[in-house]
Design a protein around this ligand. Structure first.
Ligand code: ADP
Ligand code: MG
Length: 701
């Protein structure tokens, strides 16, 4: 790793030159020898098998041919000129076609010489051709160097356009491997290599590029993944440890009267085991000297709110103030209404602050916050205005964190001498492996259990032709006294059209469910906040039977009497969003339903999403699927953190390996926190080197 030779710029490599080196840097971020050798193939193809031209039929994969180019000409209009080469073997002819940048090919091809052609046949007008094939002059002695595991490297359109084919990259890498032989410094200590039966570094690098056999290839992959994940976890865990050492926090020494009084006298259900465990984790943090920075994940309805409330009580028992921040006015009001009665009984002062709080009221709140009279403040973004000054904020709880940016969160930080403890709650579960990797500096608690008695929400997929039946079903539910949500997608680019869908939907529902027998509320983003709240309030109070809306209701609304969720154009929603929406029902004792409406045409991805919803009620399972479909970069809640730039390991498919390695790293650090033991010298050196160079912190924070 630390070998200076490996830091040589790729310009010095035979076959690279200034133009190519520029392209490598720009397109692939490859600057040095080391970068190039850490640029791994993503698949391997068999280059020892050959086809005859008359054997080509319907193959979907690449094939190899040997034949002579017997004709070479350009065709098409001047602006869309393509180069055609006619290839002949003893069974027939096939055309090779280049649509772009064929000047260099035209100049270098030699007629009537044998070539080895590699490419994917393509049927055009009933005839096969091979677009943009790889070409190599046929030489008998070269045949024995051809591999059944020939590497294929990731590429970009620009590279291909400029003639940097896979073959070019492969040859350059090969050349470099010859030069580099055994120059990689081992980056894992012997005892780990032995314990996990890993390939040594040099063999791994050689075999990932030029595998000796399938067996060596798998060993190389395993070794390189292990190394990558090992150092990722090491960096994350070390960062977490040093944060705890550096960032001191208030120490909440006791669990006092308010907490106990609430727990013993006012909590009218027993906590689930998961809730108890999480509460213990939080109490442990609050009792230590470090600032708590904890992410609480729990599926919709798993009971995060009560944990939040009880956490604030611990702060109050230690003479500190607490605040709970929610992403919307509706949610803030909901929390406030939840807590205010109980606060009265416990003799605690609580207030709500949102955009619509009256000026007079606001001033009173500011004053009481500063002089410490006010103990709990609930609210929206309004809480992070400069005017809001706490006397001694001990803990800030943030509900549904993905709606708050990092910058907004850190505003809370500065309100005090010491930073308050932070608890972030999210119902968008992030698969453990991803959470462990992306939120390495947060501690994570998970409520992985729903309160007893919750029934699964029955989820079905219905197409347009079943609409009448759906309406009929809805009528039945309403006649039993239930309420229903009907949600329309709203995606910015086509906002006008979506808006029309919503209004049309509302009109036709009004016909199916006419006044005065039925009442319908509608909320959407274009309404004034007052009107929105008014309509919401009518639904919450049970005055209206149906709430027609856009996704403004996505987050956290809790109306136990609602038992039906109909999602229109469900194919247009993402998985986690569908799951969030479904979580709005099934919150009471009533059997609940989620009906996913879709058009007749759905893409493969949307089919998978809908089927996943129909099959599973488990938010974590759904999140894993989401990760599989979309890749980690798009997952909600992780955009802020960026994607971890893994070269070979995969956060989804290698999740077992990630857990194992994480535990293993923890074990090593438990006995040798600073990696000063002799046996860990290699780890320390590699770690220092990584921190200096490819700084992973840029991606995590
Ligand atoms: P979320 O995790 O989605 O925020 P909530 O905190 O809103 O979920 O809880 C959903 C409902 O479950 C609330 O009505 C809450 O009172 C109730 N609840 C929470 N914990 C329990 C429990 N241990 N037993 C029974 N009901 C509970
Ligand atoms: Mg909630």
């Amino acid at each position: 790793m630390n070998n200076p030779f490996l830091h040589t710029p790729i310009d010095y490599l035979k076959g690279v030159g200034p133009n190519r080196s520029k392209l490598f840097k720009k397109e692939l971020k490859i600057f040095t020898y080391q970068d190039l050798l850490s640029f791994f193939p993503y698949r391997y193809v068999d280059k020892t098998k050959y086809h005859k031209i008359d054997e080509i039929n319907n193959t979907k994969s690449e094939i190899q041919l040997i034949g002579k180019i017997v004709d070479l000409y350009e065709s098409g209009s001047p602006r869309k000129r393509r180069l055609i080469a006619k290839l002949k073997d003893d069974t027939g002819f096939i055309e090779l076609v280049w649509f772009k940048s064929h000047k260099w090919i035209k100049e270098s091809l030699i007629l009537n010489k044998n070539y080895i052609i590699y490419g994917k046949p393509n049927m055009f007008n009933g005839i096969y051709n091979i677009p943009h094939p790889e070409l190599e002059l046929y030489k008998k002695e070269n045949l024995k160097y051809r591999s059944s595991l020939d590497p294929v490297y990731p590429s970009t359109e620009n590279l291909i356009k400029r003639g940097i084919t896979n073959k070019v990259i492969r040859d350059i890498v090969k050349e470099l491997l010859l030069k580099t032989k055994s120059k990689f410094v081992e980056s894992l200590p012997k005892y780990i290599i032995k314990e996990y039966k890993l390939l040594d570094k040099n063999s791994a690098i050689i075999n990932i590029h030029l595998p000796k056999s399938n067996q060596f290839l798998s060993k190389a992959i395993k070794r390189l993944k292990f190394e990558e994940l090992f150092y990722l976890q090491l960096q994350l865990i070390k960062k977490n440890i040093s944060r705890k050492e550096k960032i001191k926090g208030f120490r909440f020494k006791k669990v006092g009267n308010t907490f106990n009084s609430f727990y013993n006298n006012h909590l009218n259900f027993s906590l689930t085991n998961a809730q108890k465990r999480v509460l213990k984790e939080i109490r442990r943090d609050l009792g230590s000297n470090a600032q708590m920075n904890r992410l609480l994940q729990g599926d919709v309805g798993s009971g995060k709110t009560i944990i939040a409330f009880m956490t604030t009580l611990i702060a109050i028992d230690n003479n500190f103030q607490a605040c709970i921040m929610a992403p919307t006015e509706i949610l803030s009001v909901q929390h406030y209404n939840n807590f205010k009665e109980i606060c009265k009984l416990l003799n605690i002062s609580i207030q709500i602050l949102t955009g619509s709080t009256k000026a007079l009221e606001k001033r009173k709140i500011y004053d009481e916050l500063e002089n410490g009279e006010l103990q709990i403040l609930i609210g929206t973004h309004a809480l992070i205005q400069d005017k809001v000054k706490f006397k001694n904020l001990g803990i800030a709880i943030i509900d549904e964190q993905h709606k708050f940016g990092v910058a907004q969160r850190s505003k809370l930080w500065k309100k005090n001498t010491l930073p308050p403890h932070i608890l972030i709650m999210t119902a968008t579960p992030i698969p453990r492996t991803l959470a462990m990797s992306v939120y390495g500096d947060l501690d994570i608690s998970v409520i992985d259990e729903l309160p007893p008695g919750r029934k699964n929400i029955i989820t079905v997929h219905r197409k347009e032709n079943s609409r009448l039946k759906v309406i009929h079903f809805l009528r039945e539910e309403i006649s039993k006294g239930r309420q229903a949500y009907i949600v329309y997608p709203l995606i910015k680019e086509s906002e006008k059209m979506d808006y029309k869908d919503l209004l049309d939907g509302y009109d036709s529902l009004s016909r199916d469910f006419p006044l005065p027998e039925y009442q319908i509320s509608m909320v959407h983003g274009k309404m004034k906040p007052e009107d929105k709240d008014y309509e919401m309030e009518r639904f919450i109070s049970g005055t209206t039977n149906i709430l027609v809306s856009t996704t403004v209701i996505e987050v956290g609304v809790d109306i136990p009497n609602a038992s039906v969720m109909i999602i229109e154009s469900a194919e247009r929603f993402g998985l986690s969003q569908l799951h969030q929406l479904r979580g709005r029902v099934g919150r009471g004792t009533h059997k609940s339903y989620c009906i996913l409406m879709s058009g007749n045409k759905t893409t493969n991805d949307s089919k998978i999403r809908i089927n996943t919803m129909v099959k599973s009620n488990d938010g974590f399972e759904i999140a894993e699927k989401d990760l599989e479909i979309r890749g980690p970069g798009n997952l909600m809640g992780t955009q802020q953190s960026g994607i971890i730039p893994l070269k070979i390991a995969n956060l989804v498919s290698d999740k077992n390996m990630i857990s194992t390695i994480r535990d293993y790293v923890k074990k090593i650090l438990a006995t040798d926190q600073n990696l000063t033991k002799k046996e860990n010298t290699t780890i320390l050196n590699t770690y220092k080197h990584l921190n200096k160079n490819n700084n992973i912190w840029n991606y995590i924070s």
